[in-house]
Design a protein around this ligand. Sequence first.
Ligand code: ZN
Ligand code: ZN
Length: 291
Amino acid sequence: MRLFETHAHLDLPEFDADRESLIHKCFDSGIDYIINVGFNKETSLNSLDLAQKHLHIFATAGYHPHDATDFDAELIKRLAREKNVLAIGEIGLDFFRNYSPYTVQREVFRNQAHLAVDYDKPIVVHNRDAHQECFKILKEVGAKDVVFHCFSGDIIFAQQVLDEGWLISFTGNVTYPNSNLEDVVRMMPLEQFMIETDCPYLTPHPHRGQRNSPLYLHLVAEKIAEMRGVTPLEVAENAYNNALKFFRVPPDPVKPVTKKGGAKGSKSSKSSKSGKAPVKVKAKDKKKEMK
Ligand SMILES: [Zn+2]
Ligand SMILES: [Zn+2]
């Protein structure tokens, strides 16, 4: 079963102790791609940094509603031009926690959604208790490619989102006993959903209380499969293909035919522990150690 992790925060301090080994473990255990999601200046830059180090990690850039008061449009414009930044997000509205004033949240969301349209980037939406307001702003700016990450609406809102051709994405919260998502899971078309962990948050059952990681992504696929009465493989494959298309994931760069470098070695790894001075890796020939 190959998996596409569409929403992770592997740059956070929770992963400082074992980040590189965890990433390698993920790629060795069936995770083919990871989208690392930014939510403010620091995490957007760090996501890009991770993406530049790993062939199959890509980044997003954006200011989360919690960080809306720090919004810097110039930074988002600059990052939107980076080829390893595949989407703008996570951006949106969070009227549940309300860490930023409503007016600022709306303004900053609209602004970034606009930028996403201008730069022709898909949008990763964070929406908490603000369904119709999020929807309205996305419609106003003419957003085309949208995913509601960690979907938390009912079937009526889900239908509204799906009717636009937008996607919904499920986290470990589908595995929680009090989850109300079963109806949504059962009604969504297999062409309009993705799966994610949102790690280190939202650890799926039965690992709640532990740190989450992409290694638990299969539990989300398995739960969706159980709810729909299909195989986990079918769920994983559909989610995988939807993600490739949604994020417009570029094909792997063609390996340059040169004497140095070597096609299969992992010597270009920036995390290499060898005594040699680290080779400066150009964006064009990112690391080749991944499959
Ligand atoms: Zn979120
Ligand atoms: Zn997130």
